[in-house]
Design a protein around this ligand. Structure first.
Ligand code: ATP
Ligand code: AMO
Length: 433
């Protein structure tokens, strides 16, 4: 619509045509109001019944809520109007009438459970708070991309239909690819590593990952957005530095550019995390968890951190922190061990504060060690030949990490369920919409 004015831009004295949804109709007798909502906000349209044409009043006040309408008229100052201005209409056109039975109330007066919201995302995203989450998500991705570019990395896209898994064999979605067994990719891990040995050296990717997680939890998705980084000539310390920069950039972008959205979500004092993220070794982490006395059984070296342990540690440390130097046996084959201690890996996680946000580490770049690592984890090195062979032709030392995009938005905004940060989540129960 060429001559459309957004509601937020309607100024007293203008003659405008606004287009949007019939948010609310209030009939007070001699006077009635139609509130029109568009992506920028809302505006009141005033109908004075005695002074206006009956058809005009009827078009504006007998319309079902959430119908799409256009209103042409003069904008006037009116201090009793919610935004201080209102439209005195010349014409109202109903472009798409909505069914009077709405599955969800976009005015938010009637609460809907998450499942109803997810089944009716179009209506759900007419709500300011829901829309705000996705505007913030977009800003997170924008700031992250900018930070990656400032770090001198190149954006890549790697295949999502692949021949092998990387993050453990049990969580794969198998598919049939022209009669051949294939899988939905769990992580761009192997491909991003192949690129550090290429002329690109430093890369990032923002794309879907697929995990056949059996459990249905508030923090797991079966299709998630992974924000991946990998750089040649980086060790795990450099990778953590880059990770800290990127996570902080996401917060700073939101703090700077999403004031209205933060307000819609009820944030008064949203701030980017300050100071360096503490780096805690795995050994210190289990000691601190044990010292909280929150677990029934004491953790011992080699245990993965249980959810209650992560919770206790998060309460203890607060904000964002890294857990470094994990036991090699619980990290994947591609993570490099410390040169002076084979039991100790260079793997790290970033916690925020009681949920894992990032996993990363320095990678094993030495061909023979890499192939040994496959065998130790019971994987067939031949199946990964497309990957391992490139380690024979000059693969530099390198490090990187993967950051869960939805977990970043979830922890940033304190959302209770990760599904709130995805338009159309995939979980055990949900394959459509
Ligand atoms: P009636 O004769 O049926 O009472 P009316 O045309 O006299 O209707 P008012 O008495 O002026 O209407 O207003 C009814 C209500 O609507 C009042 O509460 C008033 O504050 C409110 N109101 C009137 N005009 C506006 C406006 N432009 N924006 C917001 N509220 C308004
Ligand atoms: P990892 O498997 O730990 O590491 O995944 C990295 C990050 O991705 C997010 N994530 C998920 N988010 C929602 N639902 C899921 N099912 C899910 N699975 C993972 C988390 C997690 O921290 N290749 C390594 C990364 C690397 O070493 O570069 C990897 O995939 O936020």
């Amino acid at each position: 619509m060429e001559d459309r004015t957004y509601t937020a831009d309607a100024e007293p004295g203008d003659t405008v045509t606004v287009a949007g949804w019939a948010h609310e109709i209030r009939d007070l007798g001699g006077i009635a109001f139609l509130i029109v909502r568009d992506t920028t906000g809302k505006i009141q349209v005033k109908f004075e019944k005695d002074e206006m044409d009956d058809d005009l009043v009827d078009a504006g006040t007998n319309v079902n809520r959430e119908s799409v309408v256009t209103v042409t008229g003069d904008v006037e100052e009116e201090e009793r109007a919610p935004t201080g201005v209102e439209i005195v209409p010349d014409s109202v056109e109903v472009i798409a009438e909505a069914d009077p039975e709405l599955p969800l109330d976009p005015s938010g007066k009637v609460d809907a459970d998450l499942s109803t919201r997810l089944d009716n995302r179009t209506l759900d995203l007419r709500k300011e708070e829901t829309k705000a989450i996705f505007e913030i998500r977009a800003e997170v991705l924008r700031s992250v991309r900018e930070a990656f570019r400032e770090l001198g990395s190149t954006e890549i896209n790697t295949p999502k239909i692949v021949a092998t898994g990387t993050e453990g064999g049990t969580e794969l979605f198998p598919i049939t690819y022209f009669g051949q067994e294939a899988f939905m990719n769990q992580s761009p891990q192997l491909f991003k590593q192949l690129m550090v040995g290429s002329g690109l050296e430093r890369v990032f990717e923002i794309g879907p990952i697929f995990r056949a997680e059996e459990h249905n939890t508030p923090r797991h998705l079966n299709e998630a957005t992974s924000i991946d980084f990998e750089s040649a000539f980086f060790d795990h310390h450099d990778a953590m530095d880059a990770c800290e920069t990127v996570v902080k950039a996401a917060y700073e972008g939101v703090a700077e550019n999403c004031q209205d959205e933060l307000e819609a979500l009820g944030y008064e004092d949203f701030e980017a995390p300050e100071g360096e993220f503490p780096r805690l070794s795995y050994e210190e982490a289990i000691e601190r968890i044990n010292a909280t006395g929150e677990l029934d059984e004491q953790l011992v070296w080699g245990d993965d951190l249980p959810t209650e342990g992560e919770k206790a540690l998060g309460d203890d440390v607060g904000s964002h922190y890294f857990i470094t130097d994990w036991p090699s046996e619980i990290k994947p084959f591609y993570i490099k061990d410390h040169d002076d201690d084979e039991q100790l890996s260079t793997g790290f996680d970033l916690m925020a504060p009681s949920m894992e946000l990032v996993s990363g580490g320095q990678r094993e770049h030495r061909y023979d060690r890499l192939v040994d690592g496959f065998e130790q984890q019971g994987l067939d090195p031949d199946a990964f030949e497309y990957y391992t062979k490139m380690f024979k032709y000059g693969m530099p030392p390198h490090a990187g990490w993967g950051l869960g995009g939805e977990r970043l938005v979830m922890t940033m905004l304190g959302l209770e369920n990760i599904r709130e940060a995805v338009l159309f989540p995939r979980d055990r129960q949900r394959l459509s919409p």
